[in-house]
Write a protein that binds this ligand. Structure first.
Ligand code: FES
Length: 123
């Protein structure tokens, strides 16, 4: 399904394996969810900021999602580790789960969230 695009950041605000860019996404029922975008191997990925283990935000300090190696996104609460380029669980208590991806597009120095009705479904 095609979606509307919403500008969320400029390209230079999301640096390779740097701090994540936090933003929110609206749900069809009028709520909003915390979300974040990171850059990994040159590509921007965005996810709902909600651990697959327990429904809490991941960052251990605001915007800090990567582990020290820069290879995984880590949940501060119990250490679940996720692959940055898929959101799938790599290790830890998120076994079998994953982060909810949010489609993005980058062009002209800007990063857009592609809003889709089913992008914020609850698990
Ligand atoms: S709440 Fe994220 S690992 Fe437990």
């Amino acid at each position: 399904m095609a979606g509307r695009e919403r500008l969320i950041a400029t390209s230079d605000q999301i640096v390779e394996r740097g701090r994540g860019f936090r933003f929110t996404v609206d749900t069809p029922d009028g709520r909003w969810l915390p979300a974040f975008a990171i850059r990994y191997q040159g590509v921007v990925y965005a996810y709902v900021n909600r651990c697959a283990h327990v429904s809490v935000e991941l960052d251990w300090a605001e915007g800090d999602f990567f582990d020290i190696s820069g290879l995984y996104l880590v949940c501060a609460t119990h250490g679940a580790a996720y692959f940055p380029n898929s959101g799938r669980c790599a290790m830890g208590p998120c076994k079998g789960g994953g982060l909810q991806p949010l489609p993005t597009s980058e062009r002209g120095g800007n990063i857009y969230l592609i809003e889709q009705e089913d992008a914020t479904d609850e698990r």
